[in-house]
Design a protein around this ligand. Structure first.
Ligand code: PRX
Length: 655
């Protein structure tokens, strides 16, 4: 292409505000009938039987939705099924035992393929091993593993025997693991010796051991050998070698346990307004059918596809869209342990080309990095296998959207910008790729059967273009059922703001700001609670603050999110020191280390700003919004209502 032509094309793309799905995509799409929105509305809640029908049931459901204990809704009541059977065994029974289920690519270029037959054998052996260690139905098993095949295998092994798993992101610290194990009452842990980061072997077992030592009960621990002796480790009391367990249990039969539709499939800890992580409870039938349905309708997953979601299984995206959704549909799911720029910045495109990936689902933060690195990297590869692109986790700005559309999708792939949360289990607001016009920057309308709106403080729908809050006015199968061991917080956090319990009207509040346009397309503006989104990772400011305050010499702290070109948001920590301690590079270092120790490197502050005071309202509340504006170098408006307005200048001068 001539240079002039390319400039013209860029200008044309930039000016476009909407894009139609390519005809070639629509013709083959799993869902292409625009009538689906109306059908779901008219047939609600029975429309959700379409999702349930994607699964195989040991006993069919009797009722679709039970509202009698709202907002603790129950879906597909009376039904029984097993999630692992649905993700593995039934595909083997259907004659697809040699079909690739999981294609794993390790950090050092190692590859492994598990067919559905392999996955069945391995999960069955590990399920037998877990039973042998004493794991029974409903016992929570914590999985603290990096992106290695043993992670999905352990999840499916737990699901097979009806033991809920609680996956803790491997980048979290010993202390974060300890909190999550304590809160879940877990007595079993699966972890590994270590893993590689940028070529170095990191000692992961050391972190796991530290957490276990601080827990006041016996924990049976299984240790996967990831490094093959690269980092010698020894097994202590109650510690078992994964390979040895598999060997001893190979060939044992473990029938998948038929679980009640509402039985817990897993727990996933996430951040909220207070310092304590929330244990989001997801169920077997509602969650799995919703993950399968959205994979089918939005990601257009078909059994013969090779589908790649580049998230980490330590977060909800990996649960729903690397493991449960794609495997329930019997497709080939790619699992990549490495980073997008190692060994070189074309790594992702090399994988797409080599594996002939059909769908790529990634985060805007990655797309911003690709954009910065330049289009020469994708241009080195044949990306024509791609049929659909997706994004998740944070807002994507139109420029990054269009770059993705042009340079990765070759203007032939629809993009789905999917808004959802740990709590929703699966996608809620996004376009159906075979049906709807795409508008870069806007996630889209709510999915069929999802009743989401944008409202003001009083719960009234806002006019197009005005900022408001997202609410969801009807339940959906993938919704969380409660917060584990904290039902009260479940009610106060998600339902109190907009529901009217006297009238039995329940409105779910996701704590996100948004606006809506005349066509009903929703643009997500970001969190309205004290949660920040760093590279698509959800972090609670209170958790970071308590980590900072835990550092010797710190008297008070406020952590806020400031805009960041690559990460979306970054952590800014404003810190007041105790008398006798001085601002210094060492103090800053101990604060950063304190946060890494309490949470993990992802929560590391971008900037530590020492200040003698924090801006407070007359009633003594820290003015976080003001601290955010300071971080973003925005106009601060009138600060005279503060109790201590003079502090603002001081802080601004430090940045
Ligand atoms: O603020 C929204 C943002 O991520 C939050 C949920 O984070 P988490 O529970 O970790 O789940 C992330 C993966 C689903 C939301 O409250 N978010 C998620 N997707 C989008 C988004 N913001 C804008 N656009 C999205 N597509």
């Amino acid at each position: 292409m001539e240079a002039g032509e390319s400039v013209e094309l860029e200008a044309w793309l930039e000016a476009r505000e909407s894009f139609e799905p390519p005809e070639s995509f629509v013709e083959q799409a799993n869902v292409s009938d625009p009538g689906i929105y109306e059908e779901f509305e008219e047939d609600w809640p029975d429309c959700w039987e379409r999702a349930a029908e994607l699964l195989e049931w040991d006993r069919p459901w009797e009722g679709v939705l039970d509202t009698s204990t709202a907002p603790r809704y129950k879906w597909f009541t009376g039904g029984r099924l097993n999630a692992a059977y649905n993700c593995v065994d039934r595909h083997v029974e259907a004659g697809r035992k040699n079909h690739a289920a999981l294609r794993w690519i390790g950090k050092r270029g190692e590859t492994e393929t598990y067919t559905y037959g392999d996955l069945e054998r391995e999960t069955e052996a590990f399920a037998a091993a877990l039973r042998g260690l004493g794991v029974g139905e409903d016992d929570v098993v914590t999985l603290y593993l990096p992106m290695i095949p043993e992670l999905p295998i352990a999840m499916l092994a737990c699901a097979r025997i009806g033991a809920p798993h609680s996956v803790v992101f491997a980048g979290f610290s010993a202390s974060a693991l300890e909190t999550r194990m304590e809160r879940a009452g877990a007595e079993y842990l699966v972890t590994c010796d270590g893993y590689y980061r940028r070529g170095d072997a990191l000692n992961h077992k050391g972190k796991a051991d530290r957490a276990v030592r601080r827990i006041d009960r016996d924990i049976e621990t299984v240790v996967v050998d990831r490094l093959g002796g690269g980092l010698p480790h020894s097994l202590g009391e109650n510690q078992h070698d994964y390979d040895g367990l598999i060997e001893r249990n190979r060939g044992r039969t473990v029938e998948p346990v038929a679980r009640d539709a509402e039985d817990m499939l897993f727990l996933m800890y996430t951040s909220g307004t207070t310092g304590q992580p929330k244990g989001v409870k997801h169920t077997t039938a509602g969650y799995l059918s919703y993950a399968a349905w959205t994979s089918h309708a939005v990601l257009d997953v078909k059994p013969d596809d090779t589908y790649w979601c580049s998230a980490d299984i330590g977060w909800i995206t990996g649960h729903s869209y690397i493991v449960y959704g794609p495997l329930a549909l019997g497709t080939t799911t790619v699992m990549y342990e490495g980073t997008p720029d190692y060994p070189d910045k074309d790594r992702m495109w090399e994988i797409v080309e080599n594996y002939e990936v059909d769908q790529l689902y990634t985060a805007p933060t990655a797309i911003r990095a690709f954009m910065k690195w330049g289009s020469q990297y994708p241009e080195e590869h044949d990306l024509s296998s791609l049929r659909l692109l997706g994004t998740v986790g944070e807002p994507i700005n139109p420029k990054a959207w269009k770059w993705y559309y042009k340079h990765i999708g070759g203007e032939e792939c629809p993009i789905v910008d999917t808004w959802w949360q740990t709590e929703t289990g699966g996608m809620m607001i996004t376009t159906l790729p075979g049906v709807a016009t795409m508008k870069p920057g806007a996630a889209g309308p709510p999915l069929p059967g999802v009743d989401a709106q944008v409202v003001d403080e009083a719960g009234e729908e806002v006019a197009p273009g005005e900022a408001g809050y997202v609410t969801v006015n009807k339940p959906w199968p993938g919704m969380l059922r409660t917060l584990y061991n904290n039902d009260e917080r479940f009610l106060s956090e998600y339902w109190e703001a907009y529901s009217d319990p006297d009238a039995d009207e329940w409105v779910y509040f996701p704590e996100d700001g948004a606006k809506i346009d005349e066509d009903g397309y929703i643009t997500i503006l970001g969190r309205v609670d004290d949660v920040i989104n760093v590279s698509g990772h959800r972090l609670g400011t209170m958790e970071i603050e308590s980590a900072v305050v835990g550092v010797e010499g710190v008297a008070e702290a406020a952590a806020v999110g400031g805009d960041h070109e690559m990460k979306g948001e970054a952590v800014y920590a404003y810190v007041i020191l105790e008398d006798g301690y001085e601002e210094s590079g060492e103090m800053e270092q101990s604060i950063i280390e304190g946060v890494e120790e309490a949470i993990g490197p992802i929560a590391r502050p971008e900037e530590v700003i020492f200040t003698p005071e924090l801006p407070k309202t007359r009633s003594g509340k820290i003015m976080r919004r003001l601290l955010e504006d300071i971080a973003n170098e925005e106009d601060l408006g009138n600060t005279s209502t503060l109790r201590n307005p003079e502090v603002v200048d001081d802080i601004q001068n430090k940045l």
